[in-house]
Design a protein around this ligand. Sequence first.
Ligand code: SAH
Length: 398
Amino acid sequence: MKSAVDLQVKQKYITKYQKGYPLVNKDTIQNAELLQEEGAIFNLVDPKRNFIAKGYYGIQNKGIGWILSHNKGEKIDFPFFKSKMEHAMKKRVSFFEESQTNAFRIFNGEGDGIGGITIDFFDGYYLINWYSEGIYSFKEQIIRALEDLGDYKGIYEKKRFDTKGKYIDDDDFVKGERGQFPIIVKENGMNYAVYLNDGAMVGIFLDQRDVRKVIRDKYALDKNVLNTFSYTGAFSVAAALGGAAKTTSVDLAKRSKSKTIEQFSANGIDFEQQDIVVMDVFDYFRYANRKNLTFDLVILDPPSFARSKKRTFSTAKDYPGLIKDAISVTEENGVIVASTNSATFGMKKFKGFVEQAFREMNEKYRIVDEYSLPHDFRTTNEYPEGNYLKVLFIKKGN
Ligand code: SAH
């Protein structure tokens, strides 16, 4: 059992933690130098040494640890982890019972009571993301809790604990049965090829599930679709299955071509009828303008930050320009799907980017649909930053 150190919260941050803010920032603590080994349990106390909350020390790109309990007597031990997992699993019963989807998140960090860890389920395989050495120090208990809660095929993990949250390249297999990759998972009846042991990204981002579904069911029929920052083409697959006339997927990573072909093929779609372009998105917009190419549905889903040979893209700075490029290739009455996973700004500011872009292009628009994280990506009101996903469906014209 690790013994807890008392961390003194600076006066002006006391109510914040009392109200349940789960992330501990270094500059809110008087004596953070007491923290030595990641995984150590600490108590947050006020200047009179009254208990506020307890948590663990773990260094991430954000914060130095997460609150685990507001109950002074609660032990951070195997039963603690098991009850959190059990509760999280119960919240996903409808996902486990649903026959058309077998890939979803079963544990979403602070939204399920333990920041710094996420667990995804891919047709019987678990994938654990550890975001610090601190949370990783509880690995044995967390995996035992997971195993106690039901049968599974195998467990994989991603260690993302250098300070930038980057993935540490390793054999990601933990235990159970090794998967034969790709495994083909189902999402609302669509198939996606997934690799759990081939780098940080597995082939699909589960947080966009609802967006893929609505693209297939409502926005794709007979449309000419441009999917930018397309990665493995997951949105293109959804559009093609929804009856799109054609999809064009653009990504600068060379691997995106074979990965996109694979996703189309997993769904019985003839990839030769689709365009898959390996190119910088910003060059592609210039090319499309030169050739007078236009689209009915344009999907924008850039990473928060990307550096290519020619330029760096930072969402907070460059998104209005990206929307302007999209407007220039979108038909009148066409739809732009603008998505961002940047936690540094909220929906209001994102809508401001849309407003700015259309104003500068002298075009009218209407927001026709809005999405945030799906229900399996649970969040808490105390930590609104955790609700990072923002997706707007914007109709160009009156
Ligand atoms: N929309 C995808 C996920 C995008 S991940 C999905 O739904 O699955 C971000 C992708 O953007 C990566 O594949 C990366 O290669 C690509 N990328 C980053 N900068 C780019 C640029 N300037 N032009 C084209 N692709 C870019």
